[in-house]
Design a protein around this ligand. Sequence first.
Ligand SMILES: C[S@@+](CC[C@H](N)C(=O)[O-])C[C@H]1O[C@@H](n2cnc3c(N)ncnc32)[C@H](O)[C@@H]1O
Length: 295
Amino acid sequence: MTKQAKPGSRARRELPAPLAQLLERGTTDHYTDPLLYDFEYRDQADDVEWYCALAEERAVGRTVLELGAGSGRVAIPLASEGHRVLALDRMEPMLAQLFTKLERLAAAGEPVSGTVEPVLADMMDLPLDDASVGLVIAPFNCLMHLYDWRELLACFREVFRVLEPGGTFAFDVLLPDLEWLRWDPNERHAVTPFVHPRTGEAMIYSTNHEYDPETQICHIRIYYDRDEAGDGQLKPGREPEQTVHLAHRQIYPDELRALLGIAGFELESQTGDFLDLSLSADIEVQAVICTKPRS
Ligand SMILES: C[S@@+](CC[C@H](N)C(=O)[O-])C[C@H]1O[C@@H](n2cnc3c(N)ncnc32)[C@H](O)[C@@H]1O
Protein backbone atom coordinates (compact mmCIF):
# COMPACT_ATOMS: atom_id res chain seq x y z
CA MET A 1 0.00 0.00 0.00
CA THR A 2 1.21 3.52 -0.78
CA LYS A 3 2.47 5.36 2.28
CA GLN A 4 1.30 8.96 2.25
CA ALA A 5 2.23 12.08 4.14
CA LYS A 6 -0.52 14.20 5.68
CA PRO A 7 -2.10 16.33 2.91
CA GLY A 8 -1.03 19.96 2.95
CA SER A 9 1.84 19.19 5.28
CA ARG A 10 4.32 21.11 3.16
CA ALA A 11 5.23 24.33 4.91
CA ARG A 12 6.64 26.65 2.25
CA ARG A 13 7.53 30.20 3.26
CA GLU A 14 5.34 33.06 2.04
CA LEU A 15 6.65 34.02 -1.40
CA PRO A 16 5.55 36.66 -3.92
CA ALA A 17 2.78 35.07 -6.03
CA PRO A 18 4.66 35.08 -9.38
CA LEU A 19 7.69 33.38 -7.82
CA ALA A 20 5.50 30.85 -5.97
CA GLN A 21 3.78 29.99 -9.28
CA LEU A 22 7.10 29.64 -11.09
CA LEU A 23 8.41 27.33 -8.37
CA GLU A 24 5.25 25.24 -8.41
CA ARG A 25 5.54 24.84 -12.20
CA GLY A 26 9.30 24.40 -11.83
CA THR A 27 8.84 21.32 -9.67
CA THR A 28 5.80 19.88 -11.49
CA ASP A 29 5.85 20.57 -15.26
CA HIS A 30 8.84 18.37 -16.02
CA TYR A 31 7.34 15.39 -14.19
CA THR A 32 3.83 15.26 -15.67
CA ASP A 33 4.86 13.31 -18.78
CA PRO A 34 7.02 10.41 -17.50
CA LEU A 35 7.31 8.85 -20.96
CA LEU A 36 8.99 12.00 -22.23
CA TYR A 37 11.11 12.21 -19.05
CA ASP A 38 12.35 8.63 -19.53
CA PHE A 39 13.10 9.33 -23.20
CA GLU A 40 15.12 12.46 -22.40
CA TYR A 41 17.30 10.76 -19.78
CA ARG A 42 17.59 7.32 -21.43
CA ASP A 43 21.38 7.56 -21.75
CA GLN A 44 22.09 8.58 -18.15
CA ALA A 45 23.92 5.68 -16.50
CA ASP A 46 26.99 6.74 -14.45
CA ASP A 47 24.87 7.70 -11.46
CA VAL A 48 22.90 4.42 -11.52
CA GLU A 49 26.13 2.42 -11.29
CA TRP A 50 27.38 4.63 -8.44
CA TYR A 51 24.20 4.22 -6.35
CA CYS A 52 24.01 0.46 -7.03
CA ALA A 53 27.63 0.01 -5.92
CA LEU A 54 26.95 1.98 -2.75
CA ALA A 55 23.83 -0.09 -1.96
CA GLU A 56 25.78 -3.30 -2.58
CA GLU A 57 28.42 -2.12 -0.11
CA ARG A 58 26.14 -0.72 2.61
CA ALA A 59 22.51 -1.77 2.27
CA VAL A 60 22.36 -5.53 1.91
CA GLY A 61 19.57 -6.65 4.27
CA ARG A 62 18.64 -3.03 5.05
CA THR A 63 15.95 -0.81 3.57
CA VAL A 64 16.89 1.78 0.94
CA LEU A 65 14.84 5.00 0.81
CA GLU A 66 15.08 6.89 -2.47
CA LEU A 67 13.98 10.55 -2.31
CA GLY A 68 12.57 11.83 -5.61
CA ALA A 69 12.51 8.29 -7.03
CA GLY A 70 10.45 9.43 -10.02
CA SER A 71 9.87 6.82 -12.71
CA GLY A 72 12.40 4.41 -11.23
CA ARG A 73 15.54 5.05 -13.26
CA VAL A 74 17.58 4.20 -10.12
CA ALA A 75 14.96 2.38 -7.99
CA ILE A 76 14.38 -0.41 -10.55
CA PRO A 77 18.08 -1.35 -10.95
CA LEU A 78 18.39 -1.34 -7.14
CA ALA A 79 15.38 -3.65 -6.81
CA SER A 80 16.78 -5.83 -9.62
CA GLU A 81 19.83 -6.34 -7.41
CA GLY A 82 17.58 -7.61 -4.61
CA HIS A 83 17.14 -4.51 -2.45
CA ARG A 84 13.97 -3.39 -0.67
CA VAL A 85 13.41 0.14 -1.99
CA LEU A 86 10.99 2.73 -0.65
CA ALA A 87 10.39 4.95 -3.69
CA LEU A 88 9.34 8.39 -2.45
CA ASP A 89 8.07 11.11 -4.75
CA ARG A 90 5.51 13.93 -4.71
CA MET A 91 4.38 13.27 -8.31
CA GLU A 92 1.86 10.48 -8.85
CA PRO A 93 2.45 10.18 -12.62
CA MET A 94 6.14 9.43 -12.04
CA LEU A 95 5.42 6.72 -9.46
CA ALA A 96 2.70 5.27 -11.73
CA GLN A 97 5.25 4.98 -14.55
CA LEU A 98 7.67 3.23 -12.17
CA PHE A 99 5.03 0.57 -11.42
CA THR A 100 4.08 0.19 -15.09
CA LYS A 101 7.74 -0.59 -15.79
CA LEU A 102 7.88 -3.12 -12.94
CA GLU A 103 4.73 -4.82 -14.29
CA ARG A 104 6.24 -4.95 -17.77
CA LEU A 105 9.38 -6.58 -16.40
CA ALA A 106 7.27 -9.17 -14.55
CA ALA A 107 5.17 -9.83 -17.67
CA ALA A 108 8.37 -10.34 -19.68
CA GLY A 109 9.49 -12.99 -17.18
CA GLU A 110 12.16 -10.72 -15.67
CA PRO A 111 10.67 -9.61 -12.34
CA VAL A 112 12.93 -7.73 -9.96
CA SER A 113 14.24 -9.93 -7.17
CA GLY A 114 13.82 -7.21 -4.54
CA THR A 115 10.81 -5.00 -3.85
CA VAL A 116 9.72 -1.43 -4.54
CA GLU A 117 7.14 0.28 -2.34
CA PRO A 118 5.74 3.65 -3.40
CA VAL A 119 5.66 6.53 -0.92
CA LEU A 120 3.68 9.52 -2.17
CA ALA A 121 5.08 12.29 0.02
CA ASP A 122 7.27 15.34 0.21
CA MET A 123 10.94 14.86 0.99
CA MET A 124 10.71 17.48 3.75
CA ASP A 125 8.13 15.43 5.65
CA LEU A 126 8.91 11.72 5.57
CA PRO A 127 6.06 9.39 6.64
CA LEU A 128 8.51 6.87 8.09
CA ASP A 129 9.53 5.77 11.57
CA ASP A 130 12.68 7.01 13.28
CA ALA A 131 15.80 4.92 12.56
CA SER A 132 13.94 2.67 10.11
CA VAL A 133 16.18 2.73 6.99
CA GLY A 134 19.84 1.89 6.41
CA LEU A 135 20.54 3.95 3.28
CA VAL A 136 18.88 7.11 1.95
CA ILE A 137 19.69 8.29 -1.56
CA ALA A 138 18.59 11.40 -3.45
CA PRO A 139 19.79 10.98 -7.03
CA PHE A 140 19.86 13.31 -10.02
CA ASN A 141 19.37 16.81 -8.61
CA CYS A 142 16.14 16.18 -6.75
CA LEU A 143 17.44 18.25 -3.79
CA MET A 144 17.70 21.20 -6.21
CA HIS A 145 13.88 21.34 -5.96
CA LEU A 146 14.18 22.59 -2.38
CA TYR A 147 14.14 26.31 -2.90
CA ASP A 148 15.96 27.79 0.07
CA TRP A 149 18.36 26.66 2.81
CA ARG A 150 15.50 26.14 5.29
CA GLU A 151 13.83 23.60 2.99
CA LEU A 152 17.13 21.82 2.42
CA LEU A 153 17.83 21.71 6.16
CA ALA A 154 14.28 20.45 6.86
CA CYS A 155 14.91 17.60 4.43
CA PHE A 156 18.35 16.78 5.89
CA ARG A 157 16.85 16.69 9.41
CA GLU A 158 14.13 14.29 8.24
CA VAL A 159 16.69 12.05 6.57
CA PHE A 160 18.77 12.08 9.76
CA ARG A 161 15.69 11.10 11.80
CA VAL A 162 14.69 8.10 9.65
CA LEU A 163 18.25 6.74 9.25
CA GLU A 164 19.51 3.98 11.52
CA PRO A 165 22.60 5.04 13.55
CA GLY A 166 25.60 4.35 11.30
CA GLY A 167 23.35 4.65 8.21
CA THR A 168 24.40 6.43 5.03
CA PHE A 169 22.91 9.36 3.12
CA ALA A 170 24.14 9.81 -0.46
CA PHE A 171 23.01 12.27 -3.12
CA ASP A 172 24.13 14.23 -6.11
CA VAL A 173 23.42 17.78 -7.27
CA LEU A 174 24.98 19.92 -9.98
CA LEU A 175 28.09 21.88 -9.13
CA PRO A 176 27.07 25.49 -9.90
CA ASP A 177 28.62 26.57 -13.21
CA LEU A 178 28.76 30.36 -13.09
CA GLU A 179 29.57 30.71 -16.77
CA TRP A 180 26.58 28.57 -17.84
CA LEU A 181 24.26 30.32 -15.39
CA ARG A 182 25.00 33.64 -17.14
CA TRP A 183 24.17 32.47 -20.66
CA ASP A 184 21.87 34.74 -22.70
CA PRO A 185 18.34 33.93 -21.42
CA ASN A 186 16.80 34.88 -24.79
CA GLU A 187 18.77 32.53 -27.00
CA ARG A 188 17.73 28.91 -27.51
CA HIS A 189 20.36 26.33 -26.64
CA ALA A 190 20.72 22.55 -27.08
CA VAL A 191 18.49 22.64 -30.17
CA THR A 192 17.78 18.97 -30.93
CA PRO A 193 15.24 17.37 -33.30
CA PHE A 194 13.53 14.25 -31.97
CA VAL A 195 10.47 12.06 -32.44
CA HIS A 196 8.05 12.43 -29.52
CA PRO A 197 7.89 9.04 -27.74
CA ARG A 198 4.16 9.35 -27.02
CA THR A 199 2.69 11.21 -30.02
CA GLY A 200 5.18 10.06 -32.69
CA GLU A 201 5.39 13.68 -33.95
CA ALA A 202 8.60 15.24 -35.27
CA MET A 203 9.60 17.84 -32.68
CA ILE A 204 12.48 20.13 -31.77
CA TYR A 205 13.79 20.36 -28.21
CA SER A 206 15.57 23.50 -26.98
CA THR A 207 16.21 25.27 -23.69
CA ASN A 208 17.28 28.52 -22.10
CA HIS A 209 17.46 29.75 -18.53
CA GLU A 210 17.60 32.73 -16.24
CA TYR A 211 19.56 32.72 -12.98
CA ASP A 212 18.59 34.78 -9.95
CA PRO A 213 21.74 35.17 -7.79
CA GLU A 214 19.70 36.38 -4.82
CA THR A 215 17.62 33.21 -4.43
CA GLN A 216 20.25 31.00 -6.17
CA ILE A 217 17.40 29.65 -8.32
CA CYS A 218 17.92 28.93 -12.00
CA HIS A 219 14.64 29.10 -13.94
CA ILE A 220 15.03 26.78 -16.90
CA ARG A 221 12.58 26.71 -19.81
CA ILE A 222 12.39 23.65 -22.01
CA TYR A 223 10.70 24.35 -25.34
CA TYR A 224 9.02 21.78 -27.55
CA ASP A 225 8.44 23.07 -31.09
CA ARG A 226 6.74 21.13 -33.88
CA ASP A 227 9.22 20.37 -36.67
CA GLU A 228 6.69 20.89 -39.46
CA ALA A 229 9.32 21.52 -42.14
CA GLY A 230 11.24 18.41 -41.03
CA ASP A 231 14.54 20.32 -41.17
CA GLY A 232 15.26 20.42 -37.42
CA GLN A 233 15.48 24.25 -37.53
CA LEU A 234 13.59 26.57 -35.16
CA LYS A 235 11.47 29.13 -37.00
CA PRO A 236 12.00 32.67 -35.60
CA GLY A 237 8.89 34.21 -34.05
CA ARG A 238 6.89 30.94 -33.90
CA GLU A 239 5.37 30.04 -30.51
CA PRO A 240 6.49 26.66 -29.18
CA GLU A 241 3.92 23.86 -28.90
CA GLN A 242 4.76 23.52 -25.20
CA THR A 243 7.01 25.26 -22.66
CA VAL A 244 8.06 23.39 -19.54
CA HIS A 245 9.43 25.26 -16.52
CA LEU A 246 12.08 23.60 -14.41
CA ALA A 247 13.38 25.44 -11.33
CA HIS A 248 16.70 24.30 -9.86
CA ARG A 249 18.25 25.94 -6.85
CA GLN A 250 22.02 26.02 -7.16
CA ILE A 251 23.69 24.56 -4.08
CA TYR A 252 27.24 25.63 -3.39
CA PRO A 253 29.63 23.06 -1.86
CA ASP A 254 30.23 24.89 1.38
CA GLU A 255 26.49 25.48 1.94
CA LEU A 256 25.99 21.71 1.63
CA ARG A 257 28.73 20.96 4.15
CA ALA A 258 27.32 23.53 6.61
CA LEU A 259 23.72 22.27 6.42
CA LEU A 260 24.73 18.60 6.63
CA GLY A 261 26.80 19.43 9.70
CA ILE A 262 23.92 21.34 11.33
CA ALA A 263 21.62 18.36 10.71
CA GLY A 264 24.14 16.13 12.52
CA PHE A 265 25.78 14.27 9.61
CA GLU A 266 29.45 13.40 9.26
CA LEU A 267 30.70 14.10 5.75
CA GLU A 268 32.56 11.19 4.19
CA SER A 269 33.16 12.47 0.68
CA GLN A 270 32.11 15.23 -1.71
CA THR A 271 33.55 14.36 -5.10
CA GLY A 272 33.03 15.03 -8.78
CA ASP A 273 31.19 13.30 -11.62
CA PHE A 274 30.84 9.91 -9.84
CA LEU A 275 34.57 9.37 -10.43
CA ASP A 276 35.99 10.36 -7.05
CA LEU A 277 37.42 13.53 -8.61
CA SER A 278 38.04 16.66 -6.56
CA LEU A 279 35.63 19.53 -7.22
CA SER A 280 37.35 21.61 -9.90
CA ALA A 281 35.87 24.02 -12.44
CA ASP A 282 35.38 21.20 -14.99
CA ILE A 283 33.18 19.07 -12.74
CA GLU A 284 29.43 18.91 -13.50
CA VAL A 285 28.09 16.88 -10.59
CA GLN A 286 28.95 16.92 -6.90
CA ALA A 287 28.29 13.50 -5.35
CA VAL A 288 28.08 13.44 -1.56
CA ILE A 289 28.27 10.58 0.94
CA CYS A 290 27.69 11.23 4.63
CA THR A 291 26.78 9.16 7.66
CA LYS A 292 24.66 9.40 10.78
CA PRO A 293 27.04 8.84 13.72
CA ARG A 294 26.37 5.75 15.83
CA SER A 295 26.16 7.78 19.02
C1 LIG B 1 15.19 14.80 -11.71
S1 LIG B 1 13.89 13.80 -11.08
C2 LIG B 1 14.80 12.39 -10.53
C3 LIG B 1 13.98 11.12 -10.68
C4 LIG B 1 14.79 9.85 -10.49
N1 LIG B 1 15.43 9.79 -9.19
C5 LIG B 1 15.85 9.77 -11.57
O1 LIG B 1 17.03 9.77 -11.21
O2 LIG B 1 15.51 9.73 -12.75
C6 LIG B 1 13.46 14.60 -9.57
C7 LIG B 1 12.28 13.94 -8.87
O3 LIG B 1 12.13 14.57 -7.60
C8 LIG B 1 10.74 14.71 -7.35
N2 LIG B 1 10.56 15.80 -6.37
C9 LIG B 1 10.83 17.11 -6.53
N3 LIG B 1 10.57 17.78 -5.40
C10 LIG B 1 10.14 16.86 -4.50
C11 LIG B 1 9.73 16.93 -3.13
N4 LIG B 1 9.75 18.10 -2.49
N5 LIG B 1 9.36 15.80 -2.52
C12 LIG B 1 9.35 14.61 -3.18
N6 LIG B 1 9.72 14.48 -4.47
C13 LIG B 1 10.12 15.59 -5.12
C14 LIG B 1 10.15 15.02 -8.71
O4 LIG B 1 8.75 14.78 -8.73
C15 LIG B 1 10.97 14.10 -9.60
O5 LIG B 1 10.36 12.85 -9.79
